[in-house]
Every structure is written in structure tokens, then in C-alpha cells.
Design a protein around this ligand. Structure first.
Ligand code: FES
Length: 576
């Protein structure tokens, strides 16, 4: 580094000769730091979501050590710090309830400490999003290092994917096609190594998204967690963040409108999770880039799904890495003029430049444009009298024969009511019915749980039916599939028309026309609205109460209204 004399933010803590610097430096020395590390070098925070309660991130302490090697090597001072971790498979009622809370933890930890640049260590779904949201609100130099996916699951000689095969096994168990013993055996075969879900679920999707946005090094998304090259990537990220601090390469220089448009197209090409819609809207809100729900449809509509991964396709993340990973996909998009190739990335180079020679070693896994998995990937944003502010459906995970469907509503007012009624052999339902779930949105659940892909009634499953149209204000796991309309806005608990649907109403879904229509007259809907009473919101005190009072709708990213925007790194008061 040539410009060691540059003064960084951390100098306000470590670079003075007064009582305050005595405190700031002196107490740090108890960790064995010698005097020369306080010579004005960049201080790099390593924001770690390691936790044994977040199995997908349980290996991040060792990844942090690789990052530190790179930081030291490049002349920085690495300081690792923990933030709240969100384990998707463990945390109740839903990790999404705490995404915004963690983003506050990250934002205030960065701003309040002598941090010049930050490495964000994440993996499980929300950990990636909350860390990027928090760092974006500070606008510091930042680089994401994902923990990487688990090795492929293996069950009785076949590959099985996180989540995706669980949904299948669970339906087979319900239909009597799988025994309890086999179900338990499959459980032991799914998660074979450190890392996150190895399907194209939300964790993999978001790892691809940060790479597509340009805030992670190429190949961040796909290198398996236990592949030694994951350590190399972490090491190189540690080196690079120090250089980024010297270059003043902050997040807002990378997270531009072009970067978000690239990410939307990449999401279509990889068959990414519907959750990415909400998460990218929230990140854009933090960094101040205008992004709307309809951009997802408009920008992503003509992008074919090239990556043949579960839940939309056949393969898993390990295969994706060996085939070439995201750089191969980005190169293909660029070749078809579906990329802003000049968008800047953390490498200091444009994304097109990063990927211009990326090979595709397996055209079964990363398919060619003339042989896509789905011709029109991306997200369908539906509107109509049932979703005036929009709803989301992922065509690549849906059944083609249900994309235009009219059916009679079977309505569940809460998820508890769904669980009670769905097993009932007398439930008046058949494969043409439409399952409707209310009160599972951001305010109603609260936290907008991943319950939108409601399991089918056993009596329908028993007839060999695998999919039905399902509609809710909830989300669904990125590992799930089906003709599932999600994120209906406004949600039922906020008085959206979804709250007015009654058992037996007819609903029309037309994905091609992007419409979702409740076939009930305006006069009747007005009558129902007049007698609709809002269920008391779950105001139980503490963080959850603040969340319910301030959370925005899914179409706006479900952030807390007072957290939107970038507040920078200035600390108003410096003294203790
Ligand atoms: Fe953590 Fe899927 S449960 S990534």
C-alpha cells in the first residue's frame, strides 16, 4: 500500500495522543496487540454470524481465521465481532421476524466502533440479508463472504436436496408411500457437511445475489463450505477489503440501480427464491436506490432459467460449482445483452470484466440459452382486486397446467386453523380447489413465516395429485415448489382484500395476464368490508411489538419504516 498516510475513520479512536486514545488503544492491548498495529492502518471488522444455534453458519469461526490471514497480509488490523445469528431451521416463530433487528445490530456495531471496512460472514438465509442491510445503512467498504453450501445429500444411492426433498418425503409419508423408519433414515442423509442448504433455496439465492450485486468475490455463491477453495476465497476477501478501504470503495459505489437490475436478471437465470424479491427491495431501500416490485417482472421477464437446480430442476450446488458457478451464468447473460456489464464490483473491476472468460464445464447443469430449463424465468408479479399492491409467483417452480386456473376457495383464517382442518377427511376440497391462507403476512403472523406452500390435503394426495393453487400473504421457503401465490399485498391483517375471501368464492389466476381476481362483486366486497373487524394485532411488548407497529408491507421490502435509508458512519458524540 502506498498511501499509508491516509487517515481512516478508526483514527478518531486509535490515532490521537489524549485520554480517549489511551482508553481505546490501551484496552485493546489486553488481547496482545503490539504498538505498531495502531499505526493508522485500516481496521477491518469481521462481522460474524457464527452460532451453534445456526447450523448453517456453525463453521464461520474457521472462515473468519482465513479472512484474518488476508487482512494481516494486506496490512490491515482484523477485529472479529459477533452479531445476533438467525438459524432458519431453528428459530421460532420465524427468522424473518428478526431480520430487521439484526440489521440494527450490524448497523450500530459498525457505526459505534473503529471500523474502516467490514467483512460480512453469513450463510443461512436472513443472515446474508440483515448484514448487507446494516452495512448499507452505514455505507462503509464491505465485502460479503458466504459460508458456502453443504455437500449434496445422498439417500439410498440418490442425491437429495435440502428442503426440496423434505417436502417430497413429507407428502409421501402423509400419503403412506414412505414409512416412518425411512423418513428418519432420510433425515440422517440430508445434511452431510458444514454449510447452508445446497438447493437453490434462499441461502444459495442470496449468496448468488450478493455476487451478482458485485459485493462478493466471483464464485462466492457456489464453492462448497468444506472445499478448501472456500478458505482461499475468504483469505482473498480479507486482502481485498483492506485495498477497498484504501480506495474508498464504499457500498453505494457498487450497489447502484444497474447492480440491482443485474441481480434481478441473475435471479431469473438461476431459478432463485421468491424471498429475494423482498430482500432486494429492503437492501435497495437502505442504500437509497429506487426499486419497485414491478421491476422484478419488467426486468426479469425475458430471462430464461439456465441453472438446472432443485427446487426448479434436478441438480445441487456442488454440481453448480463444478459446472462453473455464477460467473458462467453472468457470462451467458452478458453474451445475450442481459447484463449491465460495466457495473462495478468489489474487485475494483466491472462485473463483465470479472466473468468474461468464465467457462461452463457442464451444459446439463448450466444450460445454454437455446436449451433453457424454463423459457421465461424470473418472477411473475400479479395484480388484481385480490392483490391491489401485488403478489408474487415463481413460474419456474409452478405447474404449467395450473398457470391459468379458476377454482373454489377453501379458506384458512390462520395457520393454526389450516393445521386443524387440512387432515380432516370431510374437508370439502378437491384438486381444482384453491387453498387460501390469511393472516400470515408481516403484521399478521407476525414476521411473515414460510408457510405459503401449504401441504396438500391427504385426500387429494392419495389420488396422486402433486400440486394445487395456493394463495396467501405468507412467504415460502426457497427450497419449495408448486403453484403458490405469495406475498399478497396488502396483507389480510392490514385490511387487504385477502381478508374478505370466504369459503366457496371463486378465484381466477392467470399468470400470463399477471392477474389474480376474486370473482365477487364490488358491492358484495364493500358489504364484507363494512362488517370486517381487524383481529387484534399481537402487541405483546418488546421487540415484537415494535416490529408489528413499524413493519412495512412485503411489496416495500418488509423493513421497519424508521430503518429505511442510509445514515452513514458519523457518530454524533465521541466522548465516553
Ligand atoms: Fe440455513 Fe437452509 S436452513 S440455509
Amino acid at each position: 500500500m502506498s498511501d499509508q498516510k491516509k487517515t481512516f475513520r478508526s483514527a478518531a479512536w486509535f490515532g490521537r495522543d489524549d485520554k480517549d486514545s489511551f482508553v481505546h488503544r490501551g484496552w485493546m492491548r489486553n488481547q496482545g496487540f503490539p504498538d505498531h498495529v495502531f499505526d493508522g492502518r485500516p481496521v477491518i471488522g469481521i462481522c460474524n454470524t457464527w452460532s451453534e444455534l445456526t447450523p448453517c453458519n456453525a463453521h464461520l469461526r474457521s472462515i473468519a481465521e482465513h479472512v484474518k490471514r488476508g487482512v494481516w497480509e494486506a496490512g490491515g488490523l482484523p477485529l472479529e465481532f459477533p452479531v445476533m445469528s438467525l438459524g432458519e431451521s431453528t428459530l421460532r416463530p420465524t427468522a424473518m421476524l428478526f431480520r430487521n433487528l439484526v440489521s440494527m445490530d450490524v448497523e450500530e456495531s459498525i457505526r459505534g466502533n473503529p471500523i474502516d471496512g467490514v467483512v460480512l460472514l453469513c450463510g443461512c438465509d436472513k443472515t446474508t440479508v440483515s448484514l448487507v442491510m446494516g452495512a448499507a445503512s452505514c455505507d462503509v467498504p464491505a465485502i460479503v463472504v458466504s459460508g458456502g453450501p453443504m455437500l449434496n445429500g445422498k439417500y439410498r444411492g440418490k442425491e437429495i436436496g435440502s428442503g426440496t426433498d423434505l417436502w417430497r418425503f413429507s407428502e409421501e409419508l402423509k400419503a403412506g408411500a414412505m414409512s416412518q423408519l425411512e423418513f428418519r433414515e432420510a433425515e440422517t442423509c440430508m445434511s452431510r457437511s458444514a454449510g447452508s442448504c445446497m438447493t437453490m433455496g434462499t441461502a444459495s439465492t442470496m449468496a448468488n445475489m450478493v455476487e451478482a450485486l458485485g459485493i462478493a468475490l466471483p464464485q462466492n455463491a457456489a464453492i462448497p463450505a468444506v472445499d478448501s477453495r472456500r478458505g482461499v476465497l475468504a483469505h482473498m476477501s480479507g486482502r481485498r477489503i483492506v485495498e477497498m478501504v484504501h480506495e474508498g470503495l464504499t457500498l453505494s459505489k457498487i450497489l447502484t440501480r444497474s447492480a440491482f437490475e443485474n441481480a434481478i436478471r441473475v435471479n431469473g437465470a438461476i431459478g432463485g427464491s421468491t424471498n429475494a424479491v423482498i430482500h432486494l427491495l429492503a437492501i435497495a431501500g437502505r442504500i437509497g436506490v429506487p426499486l419497485a416490485l414491478d421491476d422484478w417482472d419488467r426486468i426479469g421477464r425475458n430471462v430464461p432459467t439456465l441453472v438446472d437446480l432443485m427446487p426448479s430442476g434436478r441438480f445441487l450446488m456442488e454440481d453448480y460449482y463444478y459446472a462453473g458457478g455464477l460467473p458462467a451464468v453472468i457470462r451467458a447473460l452478458d453474451a445475450h445483452e442481459l447484463l449491465h456489464s460495466n457495473a462495478l464490483t468489489v474487485t475494483g473491476k466491472a462485473i463483465g470484466e470479472n466473468c468474461k472468460d468464465a467457462p461452463n464445464w457442464d451444459e446439463e447443469v448450466i444450460r445454454r440459452f437455446d436449451n433453457p430449463l424454463v423459457k421465461q424465468g424470473g418472477m411473475a408479479i400479479l395484480r388484481g382486486n385480490l392483490a391491489p399492491d401485488g403478489a408474487v409467483l415463481k413460474p419456474s417452480a409452478a405447474s404449467p397446467d395450473l398457470m391459468c386456473h379458476r377454482g373454489r376457495a377453501v379458506v384458512f383464517n390462520t395457520i393454526e386453523q389450516y393445521k386443524e382442518r387440512i387432515m380432516d377427511p370431510d374437508l370439502d376440497v378437491d384438486e381444482d380447489s384453491i387453498l387460501v391462507l390469511q393472516n400470515c403476512g408481516p403484521k399478521g403472523y407476525p414476521g411473515m413465516a414460510e408457510v405459503g406452500n401449504m401441504g396438500l390435503p391427504p385426500k387429494v394426495l392419495a389420488r396422486g395429485i402433486k400440486d394445487m393453487v395456493r394463495i396467501s400473504d405468507a412467504r415460502m421457503s426457497g427450497t419449495a415448489y408448486g403453484t403458490v401465490v405469495l406475498h399478497v399485498c396488502p396483507e389480510a391483517a392490514a385490511g387487504g382484500p385477502l381478508a374478505l375471501v370466504q369459503e366457496g368464492d371463486f378465484i381466477e389466476l392467470d399468470v400470463e395476464a399477471r392477474s389474480l381476481h376474486l370473482d365477487v362483486s364490488d358491492a358484495e366486497l364493500a358489504r364484507r368490508r363494512a362488517s370486517w373487524k381487524q383481529a387484534p394485532l399481537p402487541l405483546t411488548g418488546g421487540y415484537q411489538q415494535m416490529y408489528v407497529q413499524h413493519v412495512m408491507q412485503a411489496s416495500e421490502g418488509a423493513d421497519l419504516d424508521f430503518l429505511v435509508g442510509c445514515r452513514g458512519t458519523t457518530v454524533k458524540r465521541e466522548a465516553h
